[in-house]
Design a protein around this ligand. Structure first.
Ligand SMILES: Cc1cc2nc3c(=O)[nH]c(=O)nc-3n(C[C@H](O)[C@H](O)[C@H](O)COP(=O)(O)OP(=O)(O)OC[C@H]3O[C@@H](n4cnc5c(N)ncnc54)[C@H](O)[C@@H]3O)c2cc1C
Length: 348
């Protein structure tokens, strides 16, 4: 017998994984969640300052606020949380137990698995300049953690696709001056966003890349960038306060490739499922952006629907006599204690 075997192990700590974690606690399952990054929240970390309008029942919230709420909700029933761990492969033993091989060398044992790995492990494509990483703690950025940081600053953005264009338009309103350098001949993105950018005060340098970062005043702070024209090799210099790189993301979605399991895929990437969130492997479910079926919604709201289905299916797999759904919150014993203090607060 394996002592540390979980009822369900959720791979991925984005919205799908976090809501699965909450819901499996609600269904009184012994739950573990494993996330590669040092923090929970998933892809929303790419856009912590963006206002999110389309989550049912929530007035616009920033990505960062939504992460906080998802994490707090996800941890309601005290699941085991493993961070900084990449699940490298999943095996299913003869006795039906899943073994998840972690990058730390640890094996995680579970009776069911929910794959909530979204678009995989995302890592920003870094600026290819030796020693650039030493500025990552100061003024070299790969995502915008806070708009405040850029207020009244001189900013250079490297990149020319949708996300870089959106950022340039957003920063133009708050920064002192925005420059954009792009190795391509023209921008690639939504027409209206490009028109807005080209008609704004943003100065664009095309066929140009950042080739050098200089820190003349303070050693740990970039104050000048060297720009090189890709065709002519001509160099120029700009004095800047902040450098923002938006070259896209590398994504690692090798988990299922490394797993010797007959998981049926769509487009060689998505787990083929249905609205019950089941995969072609009994006991293995999927939720969120990794799952595909007719009618699937690839948005945060869709992840919640998948998560509840995946957990309910896992519960039925482990205990066929279990009810189909969790009871609504008002009837759930587990909320009774928590409600007492919430009601007390309401009466204050
Ligand atoms: C710029 C941008 C803006 C968006 N705006 C909106 C919006 O306004 N509204 C909306 O509804 N949706 C929006 N989305 C889409 C939304 O972010 C996704 O639908 C949602 O994040 C999917 O959640 P998920 O949990 O399925 O996957 P993810 O959020 O991608 O999370 C998956 C997690 O799994 C982890 N992981 C992957 N592989 C492994 C592994 N092998 N081992 C351990 N951990 C692993 C990853 O590190 C990641 O944390 C936006 C997306 C982007 C890129």
């Amino acid at each position: 017998m394996i002592l540390d075997c979980f009822d369900v192990t959720i791979i991925g700590g984005g919205p799908a994984g976090l809501y699965s974690t909450f819901y499996s606690g609600l269904r009184e399952m012994k739950t573990k969640i494993i996330e590669f990054q040092p923090q929970l929240g998933g892809k929303i970390h790419v856009y912590p300052e963006k206002m999110i309008w389309d989550v049912g029942g929530l007035l616009p919230v920033t990505g960062a606020q939504l992460i906080d709420q998802l994490v707090e909700q996800g941890l309601t029933f005290h699941p085991t949380v493993v961070l900084n761990e990449k699940v490298e492969a999943i095996e299913k033993r003869q006795d039906g137990i899943f073994v998840l091989r972690g990058s730390s060398g640890e094996a995680h044992y579970s009776r069911t698995v929910i794959v909530a790995t979204g678009s995989g492990i995302l890592q920003p494509q870094k600026l290819e300049i030796d020693g650039a990483d030493r500025f990552e703690l100061t003024n070299l950025h790969y995502t915008i953690q806070s708009f405040k940081r850029f207020k009244d600053k001189v900013v250079i953005i490297s990149g020319g696709r949708d996300a870089a264009i959106d950022i340039a338009n957003e920063l133009e309103a708050i920064a002192k001056k925005v420059y954009l350098s792009y190795r391509g001949e023209s921008l690639t993105g939504h027409e209206s966003q490009i028109t807005q950018l080209l008609n704004s005060s943003v100065t664009c340098f095309f066929q140009t890349t950042i080739t050098k970062l200089s820190a003349q005043q303070q050693k740990d702070q970039i104050d000048q960038v060297e720009l090189t024209h890709c065709e002519t090799g001509e160099t120029s210099y700009l004095t800047v306060d902040e450098v923002l790189i938006n070259h896209g993301f590398d994504r690692d979605s090798s988990l299922l490739e490394n797993s010797d399991l007959p998981v049926e895929l769509i487009d060689n990437f998505y787990i083929a499922g249905d609205s019950s969130a089941a995969s072609s492997v009994p006991g293995l479910y999927a939720a969120g952006d990794k799952l595909k079926y007719d009618g699937k919604i690839h948005l945060i709201l869709g992840t919640f629907h998948d998560a509840a289905n995946a957990v309910n299916s896992a519960k039925k797999y482990l205990d066929p006599a279990a009810t189909e759904y969790a009871m609504v919150s008002s009837h759930n014993e587990l909320f009774k204690e928590k409600n007492k203090s919430l009601v007390k607060d309401l009466l204050k």
